[in-house]
Structure formats: structure tokens, C-alpha cells
Ligand binder design. Structure first.
Ligand SMILES: [Zn+2]
Ligand SMILES: [Zn+2]
Length: 231
């Protein structure tokens, strides 16, 4: 148990009810992304199983996207809470809600790419110092454990601090904002890493994921799938 759990009793992230981080009522309002709803991570239009459209594919593009929930209600509140406080029990309650159907998609991915590793989208070092932890890494660690794969947090680095993506309306501006944001850590060779599952809490505009995937692919990674808790 975390000392904070003693000071702050568990309350529902959405309605504040005491007891659990997701009370039964709010939990029932969470909307998983259904099998007919996945989108292409490059153009964000509907795509079967989240596989990137052949027409959207380039040498350095993301190969597919799996997101677990729609980013609203209790899910949105949970993501925000985890961003600012590293609450172990909230993280595990949240990850335990990931639908079985999503794990099936992920396990298919692991069958095709048995040498997969999970890389959480890194924070810039100054932001990491401010917050003390990376929420994508905290969530990703538990997910990687459930998937039976390794998490590597020392491969990809964020070399530039960026303005929040949502503040930029134009796709062009968002892409420009993400230019040169990520790099491969010095002395890291990626030739042995056949497949990467790039993980983040939320897929908002996709610009972050696309930029990180581009860097990994240029470094020799063959397959990059993006996985997020929500979108
Ligand atoms: Zn509630
Ligand atoms: Zn597409």
C-alpha cells in the first residue's frame, strides 16, 4: 500500500464516491472501442483492426493502432489523475478494465511479431523531473507485464519540449511541432529489435506517435504498432 492511500481514501475518479477508483455506476459508463471502430493511425479514418491503410503506408509509418477506450467520462478523468499522481491502485484498476477483445488483438500481434518490446512515449527530462514519473511508463509497465513482454524505457528519448498538441488546430502545425522531438539514445542499437509496441496514455492527434515511430523505423525497427489506453 502506498502512504497516499492512507491519507487520501479511494474515491471514484469520476463521481467522487468512496470505495474504489471506478465505482460500479461510472465503470458501466466506460466505452471500450468496439471491433468496428478502429482507425488508421496515419489518416485517422476507419480501418479494419486498426491496420494502417495500404495507401497511407510509407517506409517510416506506424503499422497499426490499438486503443482500448473512448477518451471521455471516467476514462478521461482517470488519465488526468494518473498524469499528476502516480497512484498504484488506480493504475492497476484502470489496466484491469482493458477489454479481453483488445488483448486478443494484441496477442495476434505478438504471434506475428514474437520479438516485440514495449516502449512508452518518453517525457522530456525536465518534465519528468517536475512530475517525478512518466504516466505512459507506469501504465505501460503493467500492460507489458500482462502481455508477457519487456518494457524498454532507455531506447527512445525526447530531445525537445513541445507545446501541447491540442492547442494547434492545423495538422501542418502539429507535424511541425513534432519535428525532431524524439531521438534514439546514444549507443543504442536497434537492429535486434524486430517489433516495437509504442505505448502512450492517449492518442489525441497522432502526431506524437507518428513522430516517434518515424525515428524508430529510421533506426531499423521493422514493425511499430501504436497502443494507447484511450483515444
Ligand atoms: Zn463514480
Ligand atoms: Zn489511412
Amino acid at each position: 500500500m502506498n502512504i497516499l492511500d492512507l491519507i487520501f481514501p479511494k474515491r471514484c475518479v469520476n463521481c467522487g464516491k468512496l470505495g474504489k477508483y471506478f465505482c460500479d455506476r461510472c465503470r458501466s459508463t466506460i466505452r471500450p472501442i468496439l471491433s468496428n471502430e478502429p482507425i488508421c493511425p496515419m489518416c485517422e479514418r476507419p480501418a479494419i483492426d486498426g491496420v494502417t491503410h495500404p495507401g497511407c503506408r510509407t517506409r517510416y509509418s506506424i503499422d497499426g493502432l490499438v486503443s482500448f477506450f473512448h477518451y471521455d467520462g471516467a476514462v478521461r478523468k482517470a488519465v488526468k489523475a494518473i498524469k499528476y499522481r502516480n497512484i498504484t491502485d488506480l493504475v492497476s484498476e484502470f489496466v484491469s478494465l482493458v477489454p479481453m477483445q483488445s488483448y486478443l488483438v494484441l496477442s495476434k500481434l505478438l504471434i506475428t511479431n514474437p520479438q516485440s518490446i514495449l516502449i512508452p512515449i518518453p517525457l522530456h527530462v525536465s518534465r519528468l523531473r517536475e512530475r517525478g514519473f512518466n504516466q505512459a511508463e507506469v501504465l505501460g509497465a503493467l500492460l507489458a507485464k500482462h502481455m508477457g513482454i519487456e518494457l524498454h524505457n532507455d531506447v527512445l528519448v525526447r530531445t525537445k519540449k513541445t507545446a501541447p498538441q491540442v492547442s494547434m488546430k492545423k495538422r501542418k502545425d502539429r507535424l511541425k511541432n513534432m519535428e525532431g522531438v524524439f531521438a534514439i539514445a546514444p549507443h543504442h542499437s536497434l537492429s535486434h529489435l524486430i517489433s516495437v509496441i509504442l505505448f502512450d496514455d492517449v492518442f489525441t492527434t497522432g502526431a506524437t506517435m507518428r513522430s516517434a515511430a518515424n525515428v524508430l523505423k529510421r533506426a531499423g525497427v521493422k514493425t511499430v504498432w501504436a497502443v494507447t489506453m484511450a483515444r
